[in-house]
Design a binder for this molecule. Structure first.
Ligand SMILES: Cc1cc2nc3c(=O)[nH]c(=O)nc-3n(C[C@H](O)[C@H](O)[C@H](O)COP(=O)(O)O)c2cc1C
Length: 174
């Protein structure tokens, strides 16, 4: 088992592809550092087996959780995330859904914070253009995790992933 558990949900494969790309980056420096799981087949016990956790979630249907995450979220009530370090990444389309950009990442981040997690991997909101998002911190300057937009900013994805992975490794201290 790796040190970090990465759990993703994905309807059309974009978040899945980013999840594996990230894992490859993490594992470049230490082979087997990250295990990748589909949240659709995962249990609370599996997640809590890791001290370091990464959640990947796209926003669907105008501000909603991706399907597998929508099924999983009620199971989070009562999960004890105290002492867990959690980082999130979200996929969304800022041009198509500028009033709900990355909302699902915000909903998930709030839930893990309520359950006692420390959320790391915050990311500047500056290089995105959107009207509203549940994924921003109160002051609106940072996103609660990495935002990836393969529709509107595809050419920025590789660079974002590379920088975020480096940042999260430092913040996790792994
Ligand atoms: C019907 C539909 C609704 C969407 N709603 C949102 C939304 O509210 N906010 C957002 O940021 N992106 C939204 N998106 C964009 C998806 O999050 C984006 O395409 C993402 O890459 C899909 O990831 P997946 O392939 O892992 O499911 C929507 C896309 C579709 C097709």
């Amino acid at each position: 088992m790796g040190k970090i558990g990465l759990f993703f949900g994905s309807n059309t494969g974009n978040t899945e592809a980013v999840a594996y790309q990230m894992a490859e980056k993490f594992n470049e420096t230490e082979s087997g550092l990250v295990d990748v799981h589909n949240i659709g087949g995962s249990t609370p016990e599996q997640i809590l087996g890791y001290e370091y956790i990464i959640f990947g979630i796209p926003t669907w249907n105008v501000g909603q959780l991706q399907d597998d995450w929508a099924i999983f979220l009620p199971k989070m009530e009562g999960m004890d995330f105290k002492g867990k370090k959690v980082a999130l990444f979200g996929l969304g389309d800022q041009n198509g859904y500028g009033f709900n950009f990355l909302d699902a990442m915000g909903i998930l981040a709030d839930e893990v914070l309520i359950q006692g997690a420390t959320v790391l991997g915050l990311w500047s909101a500056q290089r995105y253009q959107f009207e509203e998002s549940l994924a921003t911190e109160e002051n609106g300057e940072a996103l609660l995790g990495l935002g990836v937009d393969v529709e509107g900013q595809a050419s920025m994805t590789d660079d974002r992933i590379e920088k975020w992975v480096k940042q999260v490794k430092e913040e996790f201290g792994v």
